[in-house]
Design a protein around this ligand. Sequence first.
Ligand code: GRF
Length: 224
Amino acid sequence: MSTGQKPTLRIVVLISGSGSNLQSLIDACINNKIKAQITAVISNKPNVKGVERATAANIPALIIDHRDFSSRQEFDLHLLEAIKSFEPDLVVLAGFMRILTPDFVNQFEGKLLNIHPSLLPAYQGLDTHQRAIAAGDSKAGATVHFVTPELDGGPPILQAEVAIMPADSTQDLAERVLKMEHEIYPTVVQWFCDGRLTAENGKAFLDGAIIGSNGILFDINNER
Ligand code: GRF
């Protein structure tokens, strides 16, 4: 007999490091902003702070060290099996520093999110803040996007901008951007869990309306 209650959505989060974005998601679940449960955290690196954060929140944390596998394919296959065992509705990459094979990515079409520390499509790949400063840009930021086989190339969903100050070091800028990441990632995961965010044919949609190629610009005073 149905209780009439919707089943709780299940999220698996993949990390490689500090896990501050993971923490923002854990906090948003605790505060009921995100109506879902993080059922597992998987790290490809041992001894990282993100694993401690998961354990402190009573979330099962698994280490699947990529160095234990002889190829990217083999690692991805193992990772895929581990993720599937948790039957997630959504998989969230939160500072997960491994390139995933197309075979892996294609298993999670429309159910795989990433956060990238640049205003995509600018500065795909690594060293984004350093490159933005070196180019003399006046602004930087972060983008949450659906993941497709093209690295950092999936459809953007939500973007936050910050100013680059003349005296900024890479570290200064990274900290300013990270603060915004902690705003936009829980927001996007909330949209997904509320059934408002979808992906189809390489495009992202919010409330059925197509999202433009730079994503929605985040406005802290006007949350949707
Ligand atoms: C973030 O800047 C994220 O955009 C990038 O890696 C960093 C991860 O930080 N992909 P954390 O592990 O969430 O603290």
